[in-house]
Ligand binder design. Structure first.
Ligand code: ZN
Length: 295
């Protein structure tokens, strides 16, 4: 039985933001049952719920905001929390962007495990996909299908000589998340960095927190952590984005050429299509019939 979870003790970490280059300190604190995930910009005395309705920008990161106050690049921390099944938590931050750390979710997982995971004695509801739901947005396509569990299939395509198409399909369990997804780092193209910087982004980006792809390959001397690290990072990002729906998704999400913008639009469209899903606890979810497809 899947019970709601929070953390046992508060823990802090700090570092610079990928886009702003600004230093922030984050303190994660336990929250009560059914509270969900809440961010607090302590320097601005502003509370921002982690929910699709709070998303105000999706260019190169997911930014939430309220009343003119923003928190950028929330997706990796949200992904680590969702990956470990943390439902209720307070995230205090004293600056504008969640620290990028090494660009992956590995350190974030260590931080959450250091805080300890506490079960809260109440069942966790899931958002169950009841029927196939298809979303298209430009060249991005996302489908949500009924499935006995949580599965993500993700395909990306870049016209770069060192990788064209990468595709990954896996069940999102805590073990799979920690081993197969969390270590995958943020990546970017050298040719885009000048553009990003003139637009006030990627100011904190470096080879210490991102894989940088130049014309002749990756610039990081340490190489890749996985041959398909790029698509694994896209899965990491999407787990963070999808958590903004407010419930773990029970279903199979198939995303093709998606990113933060399409992910958030998909979630909003799904939420406004209530015949495609319902909210059930694990025991209430019938195990059949479901649509089985080969991916
Ligand atoms: Zn990312």
């Amino acid at each position: 039985m899947r019970l709601q979870r929070t953390i046992k003790n508060e823990v802090s970490f700090e570092g610079i933001g990928l886009h702003t280059g600004r230093h922030s300190k984050v303190t994660i604190k336990p929250a009560s049952r059914d509270a969900g995930v809440t961010f607090v910009r302590t320097d601005k005395h502003t509370v921002i719920k982690a929910h699709t309705g709070s998303v105000i920008d999706t260019a190169f990161a997911t930014t939430i905001g309220y009343d003119g106050v923003k928190i950028r690049t929330v997706e990796h921390l949200l992904s680590a929390l969702a990956g470990l099944g943390i439902d209720n938590i307070i995230i205090e931050i004293n600056g504008p962007e969640v620290p990028i750390l090494d660009g992956s979710a590995t350190e974030l997982i260590s931080i959450i495990l250091k805080a300890g995971i506490a079960k809260q004695g109440k069942k966790r509801p899931f958002l169950r996909i009841k029927r196939p739901f298809i979303f298209e947005d430009g060249h991005a396509k996302i489908a949500a299908l009924p499935y006995n569990g949580t599965r993500i299939t993700y395909s990306i395509f870049f016209s770069h000589y060192s990788f064209g198409e990468q595709r990954l399909s896996l069940d999102i369990t805590e073990e799979n998340f920690a081993r197969e997804i969390a270590p995958a780092r943020t990546f970017g193209f050298l040719k885009d960095i000048e553009y990003l910087r003139t637009n006030g982004l990627a100011k904190g980006g470096s080879l210490d927190n991102a894989i940088i792809l130049g014309e002749n390959g990756i610039l990081n001397s340490s190489g890749l952590r996985f041959k398909d690290e790029f698509v694994r990072h896209k899965v990491l990002d999407s787990i963070g984005d999808f958590s903004l729906i407010g419930f773990p998704i029970y279903g199979h999400i198939i995303a093709n050429k998606s990113g933060h913008s399409a992910n958030i639009r998909f979630l909003k469209k799904l939420l406004s299509t209530p015949d495609a899903w319902d909210i059930l606890t694990e025991q209430q979810i019938p195990t059949s019939p479901v649509l089985h497809i080969n991916t």
